[in-house]
Design a protein around this ligand. Structure first.
Ligand code: TAP
Length: 454
């Protein structure tokens, strides 16, 4: 019998469930079942595998409201965001159901025969996800992996497992066998470590902190096990004087305070051109003060609590009150609330500008021209996301090309579109998820030469 772990609602601090914390032995047994299931799953005809994934997507979509409410209670996400997250997971599964029948190799002209490449599924894939966006991030890994013919063991964060567990049930109801897609609940130290170290797991997709990502890559390297790493960020929101300031200021809060700033793509550095600093900041302050931080079940809620008391302490540790320019408001408790907070930082090497805070805190800096904007945006170990606000399309493209980051938006604060590749430069990661080629990360390429001169 597994140990149980209590699951807490971060908006109320109430215990809402108890979930098994698997042991090493239980994890290894699940991996063994997944490896056995691979033998038959890889042989399922493409049309049938595609149909199973379509049925799975439809089942997630028809349970969207239930999943969204579960996420609000487990993660404190606003109900509006949680609906988007459930929807995104369903869309992603549906999108990759379309890849199954398009997954093909090549025929390459060679001397003396013909040469064919096959894309073959790697086997059991271990997917390890964090607590900040449990549904979307899991689906970005498991949907293309299942489509490629791999089986999946998914480890949600220990504190936010509820939607992953429900999504697995929905997969099984849709006809995907239990050992083809299983959720292993428990800690990273036990379940995650076991998955990475087990040679029957042929590929790891990890989303989480850069520190744990480095550790996972090191352990996997001993087995030449491929890894996809989606890690931290410290992205910039760059506002030029020629931007539509009303739009840039109105959306700037959502580019960093969305999901209470617990977003790897959060634009936690706001770079404003000197000549418009006062006029922009006046608009920005009004927008920040109007962010509705409240019970995440309310339809009007725009920001919920932080995930835990421990995480709130970490966020607080970054904020020196003398740096605070202005703040929004938040409930006093119960719940792990923290207000949207805007800082002005004079020391360019202050940790607030260097480290990922993962909370609703943004630091403002100014720049004089395009070159300085690019240099400041690049003054980071990370390179995941970012925005550029300008009415000059040429500048938008020039600055996009100059910033070392995997995903940029011009005149938008969006980061993830499942039709396009997503991932980081520098310490933000390795490899790409999403987009039309994501299934390739779950395939080996086999090349076969056939001698026609025999
Ligand atoms: P981590 O502490 O790194 O945890 C991420 C996952 O790894 C959790 O499931 C965790 O399990 C597990 N884990 C921890 N130690 C492990 C180990 N030694 N071996 C295997 N697995 C292990 O990150 P977090 O605090 O949950 O999430 C926040 C971080 O994720 C931030 O840095 C954020 O930027 C990053 N993130 C990146 C992205 C993308 S797409 N780039 C998206 C979202 C978040 P337990 O928590 O159960 O122990």
């Amino acid at each position: 019998m597994s140990d149980l772990r209590e699951i807490i609602n971060p908006a109320t601090e109430e215990v809402i469930a108890e979930v098994p914390a698997l042991s090493v032995k239980e994890t290894e047994a699940a991996i063994a079942r997944s490896a056995a299931a691979f033998a038959s799953w890889r042989k399922v005809a493409p049309g049938q595998r595609a149909a199973l994934l379509r049925a799975f997507a439809a089942n997630v979509m028809s349970h969207k409201e239930e999943l969204a409410l579960l996420e609000v209670r487990n993660s404190g996400h606003t109900i509006g965001n949680a609906r988007w997250e459930a929807n995104n997971a369903a869309d992603v599964i549906n999108y990759y159901s379309g890849s199954v029948e398009r997954l093909s190799g090549r025929q390459i002209p060679v001397a003396g025969g013909i040469d064919i490449t096959f894309k073959e599924p790697v086997g059991v894939v271990g997917i390890i996800v964090p607590w900040n966006f449990p549904m979307p991030i899991a689906s970005w890994g498991f949907a293309p992996a299942l489509a490629a013919g791999c089986t999946v063991v998914l480890k949600p964060a220990e504190i936010t497992p509820l939607t992953a567990m429900r999504i697995a049930e929905l997969a099984h109801e849709a006809g995907i066998p239990e050992d083809v897609f299983s959720v292993l609940t428990g800690s990273g130290r036990i379940v995650g470590e076991t998955m990475v170290a087990d040679p029957r797991v042929k590929k790891i997709v990890f989303t989480g902190s850069t520190e744990v990502g480095i550790h996972i890559q090191t352990v996997a390297a001993a087995q030449i096990k491929p890894v996809t790493l989606e890690l931290g960020g410290k992205s910039a929101n760059v506002v030029f004087a020629d931007a539509d300031l009303d739009k840039a200021a109105a959306t700037a809060p959502y580019s960093v305070f969305d999901n209470a700033g617990q977003d790897c793509c959060a634009r936690s550095r706001l770079l404003v051109q000197e000549s418009i600093y006062d006029s922009f900041m006046e608009r920005f302050e009004e927008a920040v003060r109007s962010v509705r931080v409240e019970d995440p079940l309310l339809e009007s809620a725009e920001m919920g609590p932080l995930i835990s008391a421990g995480h709130r302490k970490t966020v607080e540790s970054f904020v020196d009150e003398s740096m605070v320019l202005f703040r929004g408001s938040c409930p006093s408790g119960p719940g792990y609330w923290y207000p949207p907070t805007v800082l002005e930082v004079s020391d360019p090497n202050h940790r607030v500008l260097k480290e990922e805070i993962f909370g609703p805190v943004v630091a403002v800096q100014t720049f004089s021209d395009e070159d300085e904007a690019i240099a400041l945006a690049n003054d980071s170990d990370y390179g995941l996301s970012g925005s550029i606000w300008t009415s000059n399309l040429g500048r938008g493209i020039r600055v996009s090309r100059g910033i070392e980051t995997g995903n940029l938006s011009v005149n938008s604060h969006s980061s993830v579109r499942y039709w396009t590749p997503f991932g980081g430069y520098k310490r933000s990661g390795l490899g790409r998820e999403l987009g039309p080629d994501a299934t390739d990360a779950f395939c080996e390429i086999k090349n076969v030469f056939i001698n026609t001169d025999i």
